[in-house]
Design a protein around this ligand. Structure first.
Ligand code: ADP
Ligand code: ADP
Length: 227
């Protein structure tokens, strides 16, 4: 069973026959608990790729499937973390993290609260759990966004440059914290970044997307032996 499978995926935003393909000919399988990073320069189509996997964008060419089913809309078992955490400013950190559960099921259980605390602890956020988002640094807010996504326990986690707004040192620290979390709770992840070092730190495989003038994009696969 492949978690995510892309076959001959391509996309053009503009249906006009002469308009350029933004993403082209992508074949990719992501298996259980694999952490796959996608790197490449700005504008090479990384977000477009992720949005197709997320079910937020229907590819104009090829097929995307999750658990062998074609993706036609966002799924509950696929979580997404974007560049900005977009926390609700009037809720504490803990309540922000629990908010999607409350929104979805109308309530959350004490077991959910226990798990929220565990994840906050692992992300180094426990002493901020009762603070308001604007009392946290940007890096911490991003961590809260990741904890919020993890609390829904998605089978697959998609992350679109979650740390791009942060300084290099903070990024590195968050990277190490995340590694600890993945070690304890492995996840199937598609991670977009423009930082090669972040990709090397976190991932099992790296896809390098490049943008040749005009149209086509290359896909190079690098296998990493993790220590
Ligand atoms: P990346 O995430 O690698 O920076 P994107 O996937 O955001 O790249 O964009 C790839 C290309 O598609 C860019 O040339 C961008 O301008 C174009 N593009 C992105 N979103 C849209 C859209 N909604 N409509 C038209 N063109 C878009
Ligand atoms: P873990 O909790 O270790 O991350 P998962 O929850 O991702 O494991 O998946 C456990 C098993 O259940 C997987 O091996 C997979 O085969 C199956 N599975 C999980 N979600 C789905 C789904 N939506 N459709 C089909 N099979 C699934």
């Amino acid at each position: 069973l492949t978690y995510v499978s892309l076959k001959g995926v391509g996309h053009k935003y503009d249906p006009h026959p002469n308009s350029p393909m933004v993403v082209q000919d992508i074949d990719l399988d992501i298996h259980r608990h694999e952490f796959v990073a996608v790197v490449g320069p700005s504008g090479c189509g990384k977000s477009t790729l992720l949005r197709m996997v997320a079910g937020l964008l229907v590819p104009s060419h090829g097929s995307v499937s999750v658990f062998n089913l074609p993706v036609t809309e966002p799924r509950d078992d696929v979580g997404i973390v974007f560049q900005k955490a977009n926390l609700l400013p009037w809720l504490t950190v803990r309540k922000n993290v629990l908010f999607p559960l409350k929104h979805k099921y109308g309530r959350y259980s004490s077991a959910d609260e226990v798990r929220a605390n565990e994840l906050l602890e692992m992300a180094g956020l426990m002493q901020f759990a009762d603070k308001m988002p604007d009392e946290l640094s940007g890096g911490m807010q991003q961590r809260v966004g990741i904890v919020r996504a993890l609390l829904l326990n998605p089978d697959i986690l998609l992350m679109d440059e979650p740390f791009s707004a942060l300084d290099a040192l903070t990024r590195e620290q968050i990277g190490f914290d995340l590694l600890d979390i993945w070690r304890e709770h492995p996840k199937t992840v598609l991670f977009i970044t423009h930082s090669i070092s972040e990709a090397v730190l976190l991932s099992d495989r790296i896809l390098v997307m490049s943008k040749r003038p005009g149209t086509v994009m290359d896909l190079i696969e690098v296998d990493l032996a993790r220590p």
